[in-house]
Write a protein that binds this ligand. Sequence first.
Ligand SMILES: Nc1nc2c(ncn2[C@@H]2O[C@@H]3COP(=O)(O)O[C@H]4[C@@H](O)[C@H](n5cnc6c(=O)[nH]c(N)nc65)O[C@@H]4COP(=O)(O)O[C@H]3[C@H]2O)c(=O)[nH]1
Length: 735
Amino acid sequence: MSDDPTESDPQRSTVSAFPVRPRLLVVDDEPLILEGLERLLTSRDYDVVTANGGCDALIAIGKQQFDAILLDLGMPDLNGNEVLRFVADRSADTPVIVVSGDSTIDAAIRALRGGAADFVRKPYEPEELLRRLDNTLARRRLEKENNHILQRLQQSEKWHRFLVNSSPDFIYTLDCEGRFTFVNDRVESLLGYRREELLGQHYSLVIHEDDLVRAEHIFNERRAGDRNARNIEIRLKCNPGMRRPRLMNGRCKCVELTATGMYDEEAGPFERRFIGSYGVAKDITERKQAEETVHYQAYHDLLTGLPNRALFRDHLGLMLAQAKRNQKPLAVLSLDLDHFKVINDSLGHTIGDELLLAVGARLRQCLREGDTLARLGGDEFAVLLPTLVSRSDVEHICRKVIQVLSKPVYVKGHEIYISVSIGACVSPDDGDMIDSLIRQAEIAMYQAKSHGRSRLQFWEPGMQAPYSERMQIEADLRRALARNEFVLFYQPQVDTVSGEVRGFEALLRWWHPQRGLLTPADFIPVAEESGVIVPIGDWVLREASAQLAEWRKADLPAMRLSVNISARQLESPDFVDSVMRAVQVYALDGRQLELEITESLLMRDFEANAIKLGRLSAAGIRLAIDDFGTGYSSFKYLSRFPIHTLKIDQSFVQDLDREENLSIVNAMIAMGRGMNLTVIAEGVETESQLARLQQMQCHEIQGHYCSPPLSGHAATVMLGQHGPGFAHGVQRAAS
Ligand SMILES: Nc1nc2c(ncn2[C@@H]2O[C@@H]3COP(=O)(O)O[C@H]4[C@@H](O)[C@H](n5cnc6c(=O)[nH]c(N)nc65)O[C@@H]4COP(=O)(O)O[C@H]3[C@H]2O)c(=O)[nH]1
């Protein structure tokens, strides 16, 4: 858009902008005078148009623009004053010089009042007329130029005002006392003040109390140019009484401020007078909030809102420095919920999350304000006790924690019992390095877990090894499946009367690349705790099923094969499906597969287990109660499960000489037979044990007396021979 007002007139440009010959209109009814004037002016290079009366003049003015008009007054058709009025109405900026024979002062005054620029009496001196014409044209040229400049200034001010007011930034000026002399419209949406409310007010009205000292420097900025204050972050307060809170998000805004000193330029370069400052404040509230969110997320656990490991480390670092200065001990606790994974897997993550929230809140109750409680991940919490008197303080707090967490937690209708294992270490006794203190507390916590859970264990120097070994096993276990390092062994279960092999128990072994063949006792507890047991258990089911399918393919007698099921496996929501899948994939007769589940595990979640096992039983799959006699099951409950086999725990079998054990085993066998179950005695090592079991009419035995667990190949060979050797031994014992 152009700001040049003459650009809109195609007929004529201004005298100053386009130095062409000035165009004049000469009006007189006297032909001789008209001619004389025309000659005179043309000789001076004016572009002359003549009109021999008032009417002619109006026609000429209507057609084109003139830079000046020389006008006679007394004309018969239309006198000069009428023409003058017409010019004043139509093109007021065209100067008119009246050239009249009427020499009265009244005529001159009237003409000048009517808008004439000058009055020249006839007869005139040509040079005098030309000089007056030149003056008039020069004056008009200056006026036009001034107008033009004024217009441009007004336009430019309008644009600046528009830019300032529609700016997304808050723009202000202050006087030298720090009072607002200008604020743009943005202040209303930013701070909730109307402009009039702020004008004349001291800037401190809008500064957040905590930033007042900093603001003093910026709002009194005297520097101008490149050295001024730039991009200074500061908080501005919103109008507390604002009526339209929907415009605001929050009670204060964060801005980035650039301020500059203002000086009175007219005082000259050596006498610059400070008159105030102006500034531009950019709203960065959203950016700050986003930064704060990112920062919060980086340092907090999002579920509980507690500090995470990074923030815990920071706090610990600070407190260690402080403890060193004050020569006071501090303690780091590592807390881990016992069996949390089981709860999480069986009741679902939503309940698990609620439980963690409840635990966090309870832990907080046991601590003082200066203590730090953090969630390091999963069910692992950490506590920093920065001011201790002695170790007994730690014991006291931990007793409180253990006691508070031993009370049931109610989540969505579930009554959940949880306990916590705590490891602790104290600085400076146990060191003063952040990471080693945290690690030592964790090591001690694992020790507490392995010593029976729900207890406190202080770190001791020798504790490193078992923890590392456990971690190593866990890491190796995670790789073992992919590397095909697991293998199943098969231990036969032999009929006590016929001596024939009735079935096998599949027993897991791990060919560890460095440590050789490992038995379940070496790795099942770690696999259970870490959850790796679920995929491993799945593999066992598939491998055992594959073995049955292989025996069938080799035309070997159909055997029962039992597999051990772990707690995590049974509680996994996918359990039933994974068993069914194995049966279907290998097209097994469901009755060939038996699941061994310990009685205590069965009782743990009675209702859910009854449903799951009911579904499996409907598909013909058998259920054996493992380690029978070691748990606290009630016969009444046991009868609600579709059980086929009772396995008497080897601890009873191996001590059959004791009268008391003999009676128990006798009762168990009688009960099993009474319930129409197959009774198998485990861990039978001697002939006399076998003889007693035969006497008590135990159906089958399993143990080294018959055979240790065999490799798949050895078990296949045995099946081919169909166990005559056993029959011989078993029958001999019976006779
Ligand atoms: N002293 C003695 N022991 C005998 C005798 N005969 C057999 N045994 C051992 O007794 C254990 C019987 O298995 P379990 O009670 O089911 O107890 C098993 C079972 O609870 C668990 N387990 C084994 N395989 C698996 C598996 O695939 N999955 C799961 N979850 N657990 C398994 O590990 C436990 C131990 O398994 P193993 O070390 O293979 O130990 C086996 C077996 O080798 C004997 O005459 N004398």
